[in-house]
Design a binder for this molecule. Structure first.
Ligand SMILES: C[S@@+](CC[C@H](N)C(=O)[O-])C[C@H]1O[C@@H](n2cnc3c(N)ncnc32)[C@H](O)[C@@H]1O
Length: 243
């Protein structure tokens, strides 16, 4: 399926539709997506988050590629004072999240069923406290590495929209991808890797919520790596000129 936002510069790789949708998932998609989705019109300008959510929240967080939405749904429950943005082009994943939202009546969520970068590009500077990217597609072939979501160009945008001190939280059970994400993010002047020792990337952060995807990986003997980066504070503290 082509995206209404597809452009020569951007496209979504990977699947958008899996099993046919029915029942509560289809109903949730039909009833909630129109009201919770960030509209194409809104994406053309810079988004005002309190206006988008219909009220201000204490802080705002984004999850990119939320899959079935378990992690995002648990966060919404845990942090009712936070406004959550979620981007997922896979319709079955979106319907799964919206089914949970319908059951629990969460109001602190807005979504985009497309490439997260369309949403990120429309966000104002320094508006997010956290970006989560959990188990991003690994694109193992060298010629596909440019499709990986954690890359220099996207990191510029993540840095722009994160508050100073904001966090970029990454996880994967693919060791080669973990190495790639560390290499890409560590050389970016806006990010500081918080890990001090091996234990820090082998141990989930304090508030961690485990997903089905991660449990399946563990059952198959794969180990998760947890990578937490902080956007460096503005100014010369680290001798940097960003932003
Ligand atoms: C391997 S799955 C992981 C799902 C979930 N984060 C988890 O840990 O269970 C990767 C997800 O990223 C989504 N994805 C891929 N490219 C994306 C993009 N450009 N923007 C938003 N989501 C994307 C895919 O549709 C897929 O659901």
């Amino acid at each position: 399926m082509d995206s209404e936002f597809d452009s020569p510069k951007r496209r979504v790789y990977g699947r958008r539709l899996g099993r046919p949708l029915k029942g509560a998932r289809m109903a949730a998609l039909e009833t909630l997506l129109p009201s919770l989705s960030v509209s194409p019109e809104t994406l053309k300008g810079k988004i005002d988050l309190p206006t988008l959510f219909g009220r201000p929240y204490e802080d705002y967080r984004l999850e990119i590629g939320f899959g079935d939405g378990e992690h995002l749904a648990a966060l919404m429950e845990r942090f009712p004072g936070t406004g959550f943005l979620g981007a997922e082009p896979y319709i079955n994943g979106m319907s799964s999240l919206l089914k949970i939202v319908a059951e629990r009546g969460h109001e602190n969520i807005r979504v985009l069923m497309d490439d997260a970068l369309f949403l990120v590009q429309a966000l104002p500077d320094e508006c997010l406290s956290t970006i989560y990217i959990l188990n991003p597609d690994p694109w193992p072939k060298t010629r596909h590495h440019k499709r990986r979501i954690v890359n220099a160009e996207n990191l510029d945008e993540f840095a722009r929209v994160l508050n100073p001190g904001g966090r970029l939280v990454l996880a994967t059970d693919v060791d080669e991808l973990a190495g790639w994400m560390v290499a890409q993010t560590s050389v970016h002047p806006a990010f500081h890797w918080t890990a001090r020792s091996k234990k820090d990337w082998e141990t989930p952060p304090a508030e961690w919520i485990e997903t089905r995807f991660a449990r399946k990986g563990q059952a198959a003997g794969r180990r998760q790596t947890f990578l937490v980066f902080e956007k460096v504070m503005r100014g010369s503290e680290r001798g940097l000129i960003f932003p």
